[in-house]
Design a protein around this ligand. Sequence first.
Ligand code: NAD
Length: 363
Amino acid sequence: MVNFEILEKSGHEQVIFCSNKESGLKAIIAIHDTTLGPAIGGTRMLNYDNEEAALNDVLRLSRGMTYKAAAAGLNFGGGKAVIIGDSSTQKNELLFRTFGKFVDGLAGRYITAEDVGTDVRDMEYVRMETKYVTGISKALGGSGDPSPVTAYGVYIGMKACAKEKWGNDSLRGRKIAVQGAGAVGRYLCEHLYNEGAEIYVSDINDVKIKSVLETIKAHVVSPEEIYETDAEIFAPTALGSVINDKTIEKFKFEIIAGGANNQLEDELKHGKILLDKGILYAPDYVINAGGLINVANELEGYRQDRAMKQAEGIYEILNKIFAISKEENVPTNIASNKLVELRLQRVGGISKIFSGAKGITRR
Ligand code: NAD
């Protein structure tokens, strides 16, 4: 179970266990680092095998949010919450309003949003108890679906990769394999198509493929074939751990730039193999930060044009990462961690503890 040694080791500032008999709520909120501002990160609802598994997950995910927010240049720290329970049978108003009260009690040190197992409706219940929640529906003045901004950020990031690899950021005529035709994949395909790229797309769901083909032209490949297409760019935009021992040996890609989270099965090992193979990898948490940029924007009065503009910053951030990677001969995923840690160190002197309460209005 959690103790000070664990917190010190993982760099966490605070972990809060939330329990309430009436609603049945069992939740853990982890605040990893508030150097840059209040901790932001979604609430995951899962039927964890045990409390230890829930704790490990929330510690891992909240740490990841610190890196994601910092890399994106946002003035937010990293946090995450998990609710232990079955999201298909145990969700109700009382549960999420109770959770909202706990979030409110943190007075802005932690700002929540939807994640796996929770949705916009759940966050609207949370909103009834606290203003420290984002990712509310457009109808209620929120930012709504983040996928268009995520996809735009991935597209812009892909152009930065092209510039780095080929000296020109045009994707016209480039062969690009997109894994996953879901919310992000679909918008991404549209950007690529509009620029004249040749698209190879795969999905396990034929309905998704059909729907994409209504607006663009693309070669459809099977989920297994996608790893060995002749495409120059691979965009994993479906699920995590797709860069692994089995897939990596099939790659003829020159660039990997996609929207999925946790693309490398083993960060150290597979990041290094990509470097050695000369495949330029856009670190996932950097290139897919558009979704976070989108919800962070909601806290300042949402405007999609502003969120899109901010997502364009991913181009320059990747350039900085590529420069560190070349200078220090380290994989790009290590270079991006270094960039984040440098930013945290530089800003760290200002006010590490209790910066959250006023942080919600900070830019
Ligand atoms: P989604 O569920 O809408 O789409 C995922 C698609 O992948 C689905 O169509 C699914 O059928 C398909 N898929 C599943 N397994 C597959 C396989 N083996 N091969 C090919 N296709 C497969 O999800 P999304 O919102 O588009 O998100 C896609 C990825 O991007 C996820 O990893 C998500 O965590 C990440 N991400 C999303 C956002 C966002 O704004 N939605 C932000 C950041 C990161």
